[in-house]
Ligand binder design. Structure first.
Ligand code: FES
Length: 121
């Protein structure tokens, strides 16, 4: 069986990868592209936010995207902490929310940036 392929920009690099039919985009990121900062907390329900990435500059849940929808798009994942001994030290939901809050800007966050992280800290 021939596997479908997509080409997209991943963290600034043109990336071509194949995937098994039925995979959601989060699986492609993790299993085919080696991106472990996007986590699977509830896929494919789209309720936890662990798989948050930026798609064309906007926050999006990668578990709700089909790989074929991502052809030609720009995807940025969280790659904040270096990996040591195979462990991933990123707290993806907190890091993703912090990035999302910085994306939304002062109008949403208000005068106290940490207030946007209430409930997580
Ligand atoms: S894995 Fe939970 S929202 Fe995507």
């Amino acid at each position: 069986m021939r596997m479908p392929k997509i080409t997209f920009h991943l963290n600034g690099k043109v990336t071509e990868t194949s995937y098994e039919p039925g995979m959601h985009f989060l699986e492609v990121l993790r299993e085919e592209c080696g991106i472990v900062s996007a986590k699977d907390g509830c896929a494919p329900e789209g309720t936890c936010g662990c798989c948050l990435v930026l798609i064309n500059g906007s926050p999006a849940l990668s578990c709700l995207r089909q790989p074929e929808q991502m052809q030609g798009h720009d995807v940025v994942t969280l790659r904040i902490a270096p990996r040591r001994n195979g462990a991933d030290y990123v707290l993806p939901t907190v890091a993703a929310l912090a990035r999302l809050l910085s994306f939304l800007g002062d109008e949403f966050v208000g005068a106290r940036p940490a207030s946007g992280l209430q409930g997580m800290l």
